[in-house]
Ligand binder design. Structure first.
Ligand SMILES: [Zn+2]
Ligand SMILES: [Zn+2]
Length: 127
C-alpha cells in the first residue's frame, strides 16, 4: 500500500531532459569568449574605494592645529565624491595638505564628528 511511488515523481525521473549537450556548449562559450570580461573584472578590482576610510585626528605640522577629519584624497572609484570632513588645507594657518598628518584614533578615543557626503548625490548613488 505505502510502497507505491506517486505517479508524478516516477514520470519526472523517466523524462529527465538531456542537459549534457547544453552544458558542454556553455563551457565552450565561457572558454572562448571570456577574455574581455575577465580583463574588465581585474580592472574594476584594482580601483579600491577609499571613501569610507575612518576619521582621523589631523595635526598640522606648521601650527600644531588639531582637527578631526581626513586629509582629502581622491577616490579613484568615485572621483566626484566630496566629504564634509575631508580637508585639503589647514583651517588655521592655511598651509596645504602636505603639512597635515593623519593620526588614527587610538584605544577608546573616538571621533566626535560624523563624516558625510556633501556633493550632489542624486545623480549617481553609491556606484
Ligand atoms: Zn569611493
Ligand atoms: Zn596649520
Amino acid at each position: 500500500m505505502f510502497s507505491r511511488p506517486p505517479p508524478a515523481a516516477a514520470a519526472a525521473a523517466k523524462s529527465k531532459p538531456p542537459e549534457s549537450k547544453l552544458a558542454l556548449r556553455l563551457q565552450k562559450a565561457r572558454q572562448n569568449g571570456g577574455g574581455g570580461c575577465g580583463a574588465a573584472a581585474v580592472e574594476a578590482k584594482k580601483v579600491a574605494c577609499i571613501c569610507h576610510r575612518p576619521l582621523t585626528k589631523i595635526i598640522c605640522r606648521v601650527c600644531a592645529h588639531i582637527l578631526e577629519g581626513r586629509v582629502m584624497r581622491k577616490c579613484h572609484a568615485h572621483p566626484n565624491h566630496l566629504y564634509l570632513l575631508d580637508v585639503n588645507a589647514c583651517p588655521s594657518c592655511k598651509v596645504n595638505q602636505v603639512w597635515l598628518e593623519e593620526h588614527p584614533f587610538a584605544g577608546d578615543e573616538k571621533p566626535t564628528k560624523k563624516n558625510r557626503r556633501i556633493d550632489d548625490n542624486d545623480a549617481m548613488d553609491t556606484e
